[in-house]
Each structure stands twice: as C-alpha cells, then as structure tokens.
Write a protein that binds this ligand. Structure first.
Ligand SMILES: [Zn+2]
Ligand SMILES: [Zn+2]
Length: 93
C-alpha cells in the first residue's frame, strides 16, 4: 500500500436479525429462526430464537461510531462493535 497512513474505518453493514433475549445481532440470513445459543454468564446457552429484523427503520446507525463499530481505536461501547442500534421498543411487543 502506498502512503496509506489514513486510518479510515469502513461502515458495517446493517444486521438482518436479532435475538430478543440477549440482543445478539446477526448478519447471516441462515441464522434467522435459529436458536441463538450464545453462551451465557450463568453457564447455559441463550434459549432465544433469532428473529428477522430486515426493516430499515428497525435500526439506527450508532451515533457514537457512525456505524463503524470502532471508536478511538477501540470497540464502540454503545453498540458493542456492531455499528447499529436496534429499536428496542420492538422487542417488548
Ligand atoms: Zn440470545
Ligand atoms: Zn457504536
């Protein structure tokens, strides 16, 4: 790479699904409708089922990292590195 000192971070793609229990997000379509299975602090696995979240208005670009998931060289704490925030009011329905 020539003179590539600029540290430009790419924006992350909008996720396509989310676990309503632990709020893990996914960008893989084949995970939609599948068991989340994320290891929990308690030792078990998350029993949530990944649901699709394909509507544009379900997601908000993280205002702290502008959808890059990175902030000041670290994982963005607001979106946990995902770059996008889910409209959590929808999870309560
Ligand atoms: Zn989960
Ligand atoms: Zn962020």
């Amino acid at each position: 790479m020539a003179n590539g000192t600029e540290s430009k971070v790419d924006r992350r793609e909008r996720p396509v699904g989310i676990c309503p229990r632990c709020h893990t997000v996914t960008r893989a379509f084949d995970r939609l409708g599948a068991k989340c299975g994320r290891p929990l602090a308690s030792g078990g696995k998350c029993p949530g089922v990944i649901r699709s979240a394909l509507a544009v208005d379900e997601w908000t670009e993280c205002p702290d990292c502008h959808a890059t998931g990175r902030r000041d060289g670290e994982v963005c704490s607001r979106c946990h590195g995902e770059g996008w925030l889910y409209d959590e009011r929808r999870l309560a329905v």
